[in-house]
Write a protein of this length. Sequence first.
Length: 85
Amino acid sequence: MEVFKTSGTCADEIRFEIEDGVIEKVDFVGGCNGSLAGIAALVEGQPIEKVAEKLKGIACRNGTSCPDQLSKALQDLVAKEGKTV
């Protein structure tokens, strides 16, 4: 399981599992439970690149949001693997 410490959001961190380039599981720690559970349900089973691109730049407060932070987490993971989103 990957863990990403968020910045500028109500959620403190995002925990997620990836298998073969597909998001298998997402859990947000902190934040608005209902909204974040909805985001997780929508992105699970989707390709990393597709989700990262769709959520990139969505703002809530502080110039970012929980979806934007998930996008950053996925982009960081892809960059570690030597790819780009």
